[in-house]
Design a protein around this ligand. Structure first.
Ligand code: BGC
Length: 719
């Protein structure tokens, strides 16, 4: 392949090379002829957001048959959690902790997208964030580097499939890197990430994506430690190319090269192009700093043609690997029954069901009996076909959405009493309260569909207050007064601060934005066809003031537990005390989260016992084995997600209080016990200490448990 790439580059003019480095869209051209001429002249290497299988095929034909060198084009589009069949938002997918289900969802998305001529998608998004204010938390797979790395692999494998297949899409690991640490959770904001944190957390999923064969990476928008990531030679060159020897291609994020001007890092477009191309961005998305300036930069001797050759080689390699030179222009992936195929919709239902997390279930109020005499379906998300799909949906259509209202109507007929109560999540009017209360009054139980519209999460859509918007809380309070069992189902793009509503509700099922099949998946769980199995991929805070709060946190020199906390309301008036215990805590929130990472209930109960370590003292060259027995002691057959955490007690830099090191989903019938065994290779205890990667001898804690706050505990020593 390298020989082929070299030979091709030898034949290319400088203009043709620079053309390869430009990702254009419709808006760059005044009309179709203009666009086609640019393709014929070799002035474009890729398009994004060109719509329509036939249009794409025709442009590809021109590139391959009418341009001088016949170099095929990449057609990119954001297929983030489904093409037409919409799966749960990635944060929801992550709550399944099921990489096989997620891989299959990404494969289905790729198959649907490929049928429209798309051969490259800007996914997976594998940023780590500790801030639920950030709107793009919806697109992440949560707060943990290990969990996100597992999903990075699964998603890359699902998207790309077999590269020789017509349904293969090139994956794009984004956003490289640190974008999720935006200050105050405000999108695009500055990030400061010390190198140990960068390497031990934020870079990990990207390494996993590389290992899984991700053909492309995307540089990000954020300024990282003073250097914008689309011009950051440390991350793009030193780490990605020199250390990791990544041979795929790097595309900029939308306009992120030009945005180095407002960042205050480049004097103008030409300077921005010079910085980005030197740092390691191969292709520019959407803006024209490269196409307008690279030639003169070469002519002026500011950059060499060899550097351009290197960049172009990265691009061409992707095109060869994806087989674009050989695959016929006619779209063989196109088949009328691909989009919204029955099997795709069924998988969307399965994944949605697996993504939902049961947070509370007092008195086993759930599941409800299918024979229930009457049921109220209330709330702004009960019939919100667009919003239930979540953010980043270009091609999904609300007409395909199965809403809870439709589903429960179909299942219960007249026994279902519907009143939205609020027209949309931010609705501040209580004119619908009367109807909602009357529906509740006529029913045996209430399902309240709370949450956020999809527009309140996603790119640029960050919030400072992360409570339920509008008057939802007030309506929930009124409904509570009816004395009817109140079940809250929350559809949202982020972990909302639902502390108050949690107290009022008898049960809470967190459904994220579940996608096309929301209604059916929810009904599956509400009526107990299946038990909820999802576990939180993020810590739930009590209120935005607790942010950032995450299980990977450090212990501090003054750790507190909730029992140390004197609540602000309990401080005596005229207290003359200097402090209330000199511990690290909030007087109002305490120290614990609302729900810890990894948390989730089930319709059954599991008992953990018999934690066994292969040895008390372990050798650096040996794999450590840890096992525990998990028994289903309830009466519902279902899955449990068993989690493994460790803590490195003392390090050459301080170590987190909990690190996820493994998880497994196991199925247990009532009464059944399974032994779950994890192997920890010494390499997995490695971390970057500011100077180098080390695995340090010493004492370790280990837990196997149902979430990050509970579990069986043991200790071992690494010698
Ligand atoms: C986003 C990327 C996305 C790109 C192309 C940008 O605004 O940050 O995640 O892939 O647009 O649509």
């Amino acid at each position: 392949m390298d020989a082929k790439v070299k030979a091709l580059i030898r034949e290319m003019t400088l203009d043709e090379k620079i053309g390869q480095m430009f990702q254009a869209s419709d808006f760059h051209f005044s009309n179709d002829e203009d666009l086609q001429k640019a393709v014929k002249d070799g002035r474009v290497g890729s398009f994004l957001n060109i719509q329509g299988a036939e249009k794409v095929a025709e442009i590809q034909r021109i590139a391959k048959e009418e341009s001088r060198l016949g170099i095929p084009l990449l057609f990119g589009r954001d297929v983030i959690h489904g093409y037409r069949t919409i799966f749960p938002i990635p944060l929801g997918m992550a709550a399944s902790w099921d990489t096989a289900l997620v891989k299959k969802a990404m494969r289905i998305s790729a198959v649907e997208a490929a049928s429209m001529g798309i051969n490259w998608t800007f996914a997976p998004m594998i940023d780590i964030t500790w801030d639920p204010r950030w709107g793009r938390i919806a697109e992440t797979t949560g707060e943990d580097p290990f969990l996100t790395s597992q999903f990075a692999k699964a998603m890359v494998e699902g998207i790309q499939g077999d590269l020789n297949d017509p349904t293969a899409l090139a994956a794009c690991a984004k956003h490289f890197v640190g974008y999720g640490m935006a200050e105050a959770g405000r999108d695009y904001n500055t990030t400061y990430i010390p190198e140990p944190l960068l390497r031990n957390v934020h870079l990990k999923p990207f390494k996993a994506a590389q290992n899984a064969g991700a053909l492309t990476f995307m540089s990000a928008f954020n300024d990282l430690n003073g250097v914008p990531t689309s011009g950051n030679a440390f991350t793009l060159k030193t780490i990605l190319r020199d250390e990791w020897n990544y041979r795929g291609m790097v595309v900029s994020d939308w306009a992120s090269i030009e945005e180095m001007i407002p960042h205050g890092f480049a004097t103008g477009k030409k300077h921005a192009a010079e910085i980005a191309v030197k740092a390691g961005v191969d292709m520019e998305m959407a803006t024209t700093a490269y196409i307008e300036n690279l030639k003169s930069l070469v002519e002026e001797g500011k950059i060499s043609e060899e550097l351009i050759n290197e960049r172009v080689a990265n691009i061409l390699r992707v095109k060869f690997k994806l087989g674009l030179f050989d695959k016929p222009v006619e779209n063989s992936a196109l088949s009328a029954d691909t989009i919204l195929a029955g099997s795709h919709l069924e998988h969307a239902r399965v994944l949605a069901r697996n993504s939902m997390v049961l947070l509370k279930n007092s008195n086993h109020i759930l599941p409800l009996s299918k024979d229930i005499g009457s049921l109220a379906v209330i709330g702004p998300l009960a019939d919100a076909p667009h919003d239930q799909m979540g953010t980043w949906v270009f091609d999904g259509s609300e007409e395909d959405s199965q809403t809870p209202k439709t589903t429960f109507r179909n299942l219960l007929g007249d026994r279902m009493h519907f009143a939205s109560g609020l027209e949309y999540s931010r609705d501040k009017s209580n004119k619908g309260f009367g109807a909602a209360l009357s529906a509740a009054g006529r029913s045996e139980a209430i399902l309240f569909f709370a949450g956020e519209e999809s527009i309140l999460s996603g790119e640029a859509n960050s919030r400072g207050i992360i409570d339920l918007p509008g008057k939802q809380s007030a309506l929930i309070r009124d409904l509570k007064k009816t004395g009817k069992p109140l079940i809250l189902i929350v559809m949202a793009g982020r972990p909302l601060a639902i502390q108050q509503e949690l107290k009022m509700a008898d049960a809470v099922l967190y459904a994220w934005h579940p996608g096309t099949m929301a209604g059916l998946a929810i009904a599956d769980l509400v009526f107990g066809n299946y038990s909820p199995t999802g576990k939180l991929p993020v810590t739930f805070v009590k209120g935005a003031g607790q942010i950032p709060l995450y299980h990977y946190r450090k212990n501090t020199g003054r750790p507190a537990s909730d029992s140390d906390v004197i609540h602000i309301d309990d401080i005596p008036r005229n207290s003359r005390q200097l402090s209330l215990g000199f511990k690290s805590m909030h007087l109002d929130y305490g120290v614990e989260p609302l729900f810890p990472f990894g948390y989730g209930l089930s319709y059954t109960k599991f008992k953990y016992s018999n934690l066994v370590l292969s040895d008390k003292a372990l050798n650096l060259n040996k794999t450590i084995s840890v096992s525990a027995d998990v028994q289903n002691i309830g009466n519902f057959e279902t899955d449990e997600i068993v989690q493994l955490y460790i803590r490195d007690r003392v390090g050459s830099i301080t170590r987190p209080v909990k690190e996820l090191k493994g998880f497994r989903k196991i199925r247990l019938v009532p009464g059944e016990t399974k032994t779950v065994r994890f192997e920890i290779a010494p390499g997995e205890l490695e971390f970057f200490n500011g100077e180098k990667y080390v695995t340090e001898p010493g004492e370790f804690d280990v837990w196997i448990g149902p979430n990050s706050a509970e579990g069986l505990h043991a200790q071992f020593e690494l010698r």
